[in-house]
Design a protein around this ligand. Structure first.
Ligand code: GLA
Length: 732
């Protein structure tokens, strides 16, 4: 049991294996936040809150002259808005009379023994082995009577607490939500830093670490997708926190649209942290009786540094977010024709790649962009989801059967959420695109975005995609989205609903994905958005793997996969071996190193096998065998970042089996210097009381020795050289 209620039903303590989260409804029914951190006993901690008469921090009427009681200073679970808390609010309303005050007070609570699915959106789900409990706290707005339900999910073993809210207009007049975040959390004491993962197309998720002070630090996206530029996974930690030491807190929003994370120290040294749907371009009207649900945010705390925090996210996302046949079943090793042919292919070229691939042990051919409509470049055809049989030299059914006859699975690229102006679909339904009448739209990759909030558009896409998947033996779909959204307008929503388009759009995307998976439950989906522009926890609900980046350069991939690993499981990262010089960077690395980097991901190839030497073809066979050999480690094991990305000449990662029977380490030399320093590889996570033999030098030591002493290489590898080392349990 992870939820304790005490103190006359007013103290709520959430307990996980290693963490405690507590709140308390005070004498004025304000829901105070008292504690989040290392696991302690569920005792009332209100005394931690220091009250003082603070100048210019006013007092609510019920304080009855007590100048030390101010909403502006109290740590709160659902901060009030417009009634004297001048820090960032969580829920901002405009009432029918134009006033904006919102003062939320505790009304009651209940506990559900199950996790709560968030309507219309992905959320952590229960399994037969483990279900999360949910604490539901009801808050009521003092005057309008608007009800807010705060949902706290607890997954004890995984050290996970979830938060989401539901706003119900239980008043008599319409109310406009101007801002509705998923969580707000006040840390009472201490200094913190924020770690965020920011970047750009083909260079996603570099790690940045900044102090949190009185100037608000914030990241977010208003692009309509979670974006390449920012990621909805952010960490708050102590300045001294490292991979292996110190307090850290993860905030992972289960949402693929606009989001915001912010952290700021208030005048009293308390830190307010918030996350949810980005308030910009958001305005949602609730008529009496209507409800609004926010996405779920997954919180996790580690007292032992960032590696443990990441492992907690990997475990929960693998087990309670990813679904379907491929949640645990081995994913096929694929070859994608994009970097091999781009749009310039025909049936023979594709079959030729497939024939060679099948001989080398590759298990699936993914036919990328260009097989449908009129689509020989990226200027036309999106929306016309009809097979171009002329270009394909026949039907997809024939192609799929030919592939299956070779023992290969068949995967296909789609970009359902988009429309080209040069398409039959656009000519028939120009109003299906998001654009403002009378205003020339901005194009991205020369394409427009379909208004996914409209059911008839989703129905069209469902019918088209189902027709193609139903007629050909297709095992996998790469689901792409290749531009950001602007020129916001919907032909079916009223002007007062214009602030609802972004959210309704992403709900529409989820609805379509869900309906496709209902029809084709065995399908493996790989999410994609120009590589990793929509790499978030919500997409993992539909696609257990996501194309990590359009950048396939092995050295750049180290930083991209490193940044991605802080929240997302290694199994979720699509990682391919491509040709050199690399198409994105012009850099050449060895076939071996490209393979060793792709090993830490969902592994595949993306090159023309006709241009690969015989020696490299032999290496393909070995690489696939290696990937399969280590599959249980990379896809189900515990992951350790042994180095950062800066200040050393190599990057190393390690995987340890859950049963600690073996481990694997990859190292890539990223830089070379004269008079080189030795490469000393730390080793972590082995069972201290078992013995392990190291594949590199045959040495046998106890886990205690390996964990303490690591491995020093007797040579210094040259730049871009790499290494894979295995530790296996030894009887010796
Ligand atoms: C995006 C994807 C690529 C490829 C192209 C096709 O950029 O990230 O992998 O599928 O689209 O147009």
């Amino acid at each position: 049991m992870g939820i304790f209620v005490s103190g006359n039903d007013r103290v709520f303590t959430l307990q996980t294996k290693d963490s405690t989260y507590q709140m308390k409804a005070d004498t004025h029914d304000v829901l105070l936040h008292t504690y989040y951190g290392k696991r302690i006993d569920p005792e009332d901690l209100e005394e931690l809150i220091f009250k003082a008469d603070v100048g210019f921090s006013g007092n609510p009427p019920e304080a009855n002259g007590d100048r030390t009681y101010s909403l502006d200073c109290l740590p709160q679970e659902l901060p009030s808005s417009g009634v004297g808390d001048y820090r960032d609010d969580m829920l901002r309303l405009t009432h029918a009379d134009g006033s904006t005050a919102a003062d939320f007070r505790f009304q009651g609570w209940e506990i559900s023994p199950l996790s709560r699915p968030v309507p219309g959106m992905p959320a952590l789900y229960d399994t037969p082995e483990e279900s999360g409990e949910t604490l539901i706290i009801t808050m009521r707005e003092k005057v309008s009577g608007i009800t807010v339900r705060l949902y706290y999910g607890v997954f004890e073993e995984e050290n996970i607490i979830t938060r989401s809210i539901q706003v119900e207009n239980s008043g008599k007049t319409p109310v406009v939500l101007e801002k509705a975040l998923s969580c707000s959390l006040d840390y009472l004491f201490g200094d913190y830093e924020m770690i965020h993962f920011s970047g750009r197309h083909a260079m996603e998720r570099s790690l940045y670490r900044v102090p949190v002070g009185p100037a608000c630090v914030s990241v977010g996206s208003i692009r309509g997708t979670s974006s390449h530029q920012q990621n909805p996974g952010v960490i708050l930690c102590r300045p001294e926190t490292t991979e292996d030491f110190g307090d850290c807190y993860g905030f992972c929003l289960v949402y693929s649209g606009n989001f915001q994370f912010s952290a700021q120290k208030d005048q009293r040294g308390q830190t307010r942290v918030q996350m949810g749907i980005h308030p910009d371009w958001f305005r949602f009207t609730l008529e009496p009786g209507e409800v609004f649900d926010t996405p779920q945010v997954i919180l996790s705390y580690s007292p032992n540094g960032l590696t443990t925090l990441s492992q907690q996210y990997h475990d929960i996302l693998r087990e309670h977010m990813c679904r379907g046949v491929y949640k645990h079943a081995p994913r096929p090793v694929l070859i994608n024709n994009w970097e091999a042919t781009y749009f310039n292919f025909n049936r023979e070229k594709i079959l030729n790649i497939a024939r060679q691939a099948s001989q080398l042990g590759i298990e699936m051919l993914v036919l990328d962009d260009g097989w449908f409509g009129k689509r020989d470049d990226d200027n036309s055809g999106l929306g016309d989801w009809f097979v171009n049989e002329k270009k394909m030299g026949g039907t997809l059914k024939q192609l799929g059967e030919d592939l299956h006859a070779m023992g290969m699975k068949f995967g296909l690229w789609f970009e359902p959420e988009m429309i080209s102006e040069d398409s039959d679909l656009y000519r028939a339904h120009p109003d299906w695109a998001i654009q403002i009448p009378g205003r020339e739209p901005n194009r991205g990759r020369n394409q427009l975005v379909l208004d996914m909030s409209r059911k008839e558009i989703r129905d069209y896409l469902l019918e088209r995609i189902s027709d193609i998947l139903g007629k050909a033996p297709i095992d996998y779909v790469k689901w792409d989205v290749n531009r950001s959204i602007c020129d916001l307008y919907s032909h079916t929503l009223s002007p007062k609903q214009s602030g609802e388009i972004f959210h309704r759009h992403i709900l529409g995307v989820y609805d379509l994905l869900e309906r496709i998976l209902e029809r084709f439950p065995d399908l493996l989906l790989e999410g994609c958005s120009g590589g990793g522009g929509r790499f978030d926890a919500a997409m993992l609900y539909y696609s257990p793997q996501i194309w990590c980046s359009d950048n396939t350069d092995a050295i750049n991939r180290l930083s991209i996969q490193y940044g991605t690993s802080f929240f997302y499981p290694i199994s979720a990262m699509g990682a391919h071996i491509s040709a050199v010089p690399n198409h994105q960077t012009g850099r050449s690395t060895s076939f071996k190193t490209r393979g060793n980097v792709a090993l830490s991901g969902s592994f595949g190839y993306e090159l023309d096998l006709n241009r690969v030497s015989d020696e490299e073809k032999e290496m393909v066979k070995e690489q696939i065998a290696t990937f399969k050999h280590f599959y249980d480690l990379t896809h189900e094991g515990d992951y350790y970042r042994l180095t950062g990305m800066r200040d050393q000449e190599f990057v190393a990662w390690e995987f340890v089996a859950k049963d600690k029977s073996h481990a694997m380490l990859t190292m890539v030399k990223t830089d070379s210097q004269g008079n080189p320093l030795p490469v000393h590889l730390p080793v972590k996570g082995l069972d201290e009381n078992r013995k392990y033999v190291c594949s590199y030098n045959g040495s046998i030591h106890s886990g205690r020795v390996w964990n303490q002493c690591g491995l020093t290489l007797p040579i210094v590898p040259t730049e871009y050289d790499s290494l894979v080392v295995e530790w296996s349990e030894s009887d010796a």
